[in-house]
Write a protein of this length. Structure first.
Length: 230
């Protein structure tokens, strides 16, 4: 989820705009790229994708050696980079994607974002659940080897107030309950957060660390990683 709205002279065209249960979402075209806007706030675009790929790669690399065909839950379909990257990796087993905005799902299944996610959506390992991530981690009994979460601009910069609870002690405990022993929690953020690292440790996670995506200037995107003890 790229947190900085790109600038440039390319004309912007709104391809779709819908009112949903969490407000307005829109898909825009800027030159050769697409952007997703929520309640007037720029969320992400298709100009890069390095940090979304790191989210998936870092989680897989952190899993215990010898774990065969691990399952992954991707929180947030977005522009599809994380899903496409996971589906391109044969070592993953089941790939479950949580996306609460039906419009976003439609843009992938029937719209222009199909060019990014089409092959991944057709992969028999892939399942899309049209539900809220926070509700899923609290209410589901499913267990995964990795949770790769990218639904906000970071633990301190949520898209909606409802998402705040995901990063509290209760929310992190719920995430741990969705992980198998030795499983990995990976959380995308637009900036590092020492406070979130401390919250992960206080919630009982081990191996807490942060990986950065280098940028030419400004604060780097990061992935926070933590392990459910075996």
């Amino acid at each position: 989820m790229d947190a900085i709205d790109p600038t440039g002279s390319d004309a912007v065209r709104t391809l779709d705009r819908r009112e949903g249960p969490y407000g307005e979402v829109a898909l825009r075209e800027r030159g050769e790229h697409f952007e997703i806007i929520a309640n007037g706030c720029f969320l992400m675009d298709t100009s890069d994708g390095r940090s979304e790929r790191l989210l998936i790669d870092a989680a897989l690399a952190a899993l215990p050696a010898g774990r065969d065909r691990p399952s992954v839950l991707i929180g947030g379909l977005g522009v599809g980079f994380s899903l496409a990257h996971a589906a391109a990796e044969p070592r993953w087993g089941a790939i479950t994607v949580i996306e609460r905005e039906q419009a976003v799902i439609d843009w992938h299944r029937e719209g222009p974002l199909d060019r990014i996610s089409g092959a991944a959506l057709a992969d028999p390992r892939t399942v899309i659940l049209p539900t809220d991530l926070v509700a899923h981690v609290h209410g589901s009994t499913s267990a995964y080897d990795a949770l790769c979460l990218d639904i906000d601009n970071g633990p301190g910069w949520t898209v909606t107030d409802d998402n705040d609870g995901l990063y509290t002690a209760k929310g992190l405990a719920a995430c741990m309950n969705r992980l198998r022993p030795g499983g990995i929690l990976a959380v995308w953020s637009a900036q590092p957060s020492a406070a979130f690292e401390e919250a992960l440790r206080n919630a009982g996670y081990t191996g807490v660390r942060t990986e950065e995506i280098p940028v030419a200037r400004g604060v780097p995107d990061v992935v926070h990683l933590a392990v459910r003890p075996a």
